[in-house]
Design a protein around this ligand. Structure first.
Ligand SMILES: NC(=O)c1ccc[n+]([C@@H]2O[C@H](COP(=O)([O-])OP(=O)(O)OC[C@H]3O[C@@H](n4cnc5c(N)ncnc54)[C@H](OP(=O)(O)O)[C@@H]3O)[C@@H](O)[C@H]2O)c1
Length: 341
């Protein structure tokens, strides 16, 4: 079967309007591969960094961005069960998802339960796995605990708040002033991250400190996040949003965070610190895939049982990726901007 795929190419460091639309014939799936027609793909913070050349392990330009997608299998290669054709699956791709059709390894497909809308499933792929693994695998926060979630209206943040609330955890969430009501509606107590003294606002709500902090902001403020921990508490650093527009090498801010984490863990004060990386463990690919499937199944289960509401900020046609990126970067949205065919 010959399929023409529409792709969005990031040619270099450009404004969103510099994204290019191209078309190419998709090759037939090779052994172990499937071709998938995209139904939803997302705009993550990662693409905001990639278009500035600031994502710590992005490929050389030009490339097709797109961290994750949901789609339907249209053809299988040799060695792949033909019964997959017509099924809806999710995949984490890191790049390549912004295309109307893609080739994937069949082993990377994660089934999407019937009844979940593709855009809603898309909103919890990288966001859901990241939130679930940080909360339950890394920090292992227990029911009754109190946590601080930075960027509580964002894609990861809005998912993390809900997963935590569902686990009986009290959540304080930072967000800009316009998102306070949204954060409250998700079940967290909001704090404006532009408040001149965010740590003081947190201490008013949690005088003894919090049991975990989830920090994607990085920069000097990471020290406040660590100081806000109660004894036995855990800091999970997982990004460096505050340095997105800084000049210089993309790896430096992350290396600085890793150095701080190492240092803090050497202190005998009962606190723990981690840098979470979704792709850690990829070398043991089968174990990595099994974890993704297990964790995403838990997230999907919360959607089908009605306890997790995926936050789809907007659905925008793939060809209008520039509009979608502008919107995602506008600081006006809650949750995930989703690209659809
Ligand atoms: N380590 C990993 O494996 C991993 C995996 C996934 C994601 N991440 C990281 O997770 C973060 C969130 O990703 P996302 O896709 O959820 O992004 P998103 O939907 O764009 O949300 C970003 C959030 O951060 C807030 N924010 C932006 N700039 C900020 C700043 N300078 N200081 C404080 N808050 C700021 C935004 O608030 P406003 O809307 O109010 O501006 C929004 O709540 C990113 O840093 C991303 O790199 C890491």
């Amino acid at each position: 079967m010959t399929i023409e795929a529409l792709e969005i190419v990031l040619p270099g460091i450009v404004d969103p309007e510099g994204l290019q639309i191209t078309r190419r014939q998709l090759a037939a799936p090779g052994p172990g591969q499937v071709s998938v027609r995209m139904e939803a793909t997302g705009v993550s913070f990662a693409e905001q960094q990639m278009r500035r050349g600031k994502y710590y392990d992005q490929p050389a330009f030009p490339f097709v961005p797109g961290y994750d997608l949901v789609g339907t299998v249209i053809e299988v290669g040799t060695g792949v069960d033909p019964a997959l054709v017509g099924g809806r699956f999710a995949a984490l791709t890191k790049t390549g998802g912004w295309a109307s059709a893609v080739l994937l390894d069949a082993a990377d497909l994660i089934p999407v339960p019937t009844g979940i809308d593709p855009a809603e499933a898309e909103a919890v792929l990288v966001n859901g796995v990241t939130a679930w693994q940080m909360l339950h695998r890394v920090a292992q926060v227990r029911s009754g605990a109190t946590i601080l979630v930075h960027g509580a209206n964002g894609g990861v943040g809005s998912t993390l708040v809900q997963l935590a609330r569902n686990a009986g955890i009290t959540v304080i969430g930072t967000a800009s002033a316009r998102h306070q009501d949204t954060v409250r509606a998700l079940g967290a107590t909001p704090i404006d991250y532009r408040d001149p003294d965010v740590p003081a606002r947190v201490r008013e709500l949690a005088p003894a400190g919090v049991d975990a902090v989830f920090d994607h902001v990085g920069g000097p403020g990471i020290a406040d996040s660590y100081r806000l921990l109660a004894r036995g508490g855990t800091l999970v650093s997982y990004g460096s949003a505050s340095t997105r527009d800084d000049p210089g090498a993309s790896r430096v801010p992350v290396l600085k965070l890793l150095a701080r984490v190492l240092l803090w863990n050497a202190l005998p004060n009962g606190k723990g610190a981690h840098f979470y990386n979704l792709w850690a463990g990829l070398r043991r690919r089968d174990t990595f895939r099994a974890k993704l499937r297990t964790d995403l199944a838990q997230v999907f289960h919360q959607i089908t049982s009605g306890t997790l509401a995926p936050q789809v900020a907007a659905r925008i046609p793939l060809q209008d990726a520039a509009t979608a990126v502008r919107l995602a970067e506008s600081g006006t949205v809650t949750g995930k901007v989703v690209l659809v065919p």
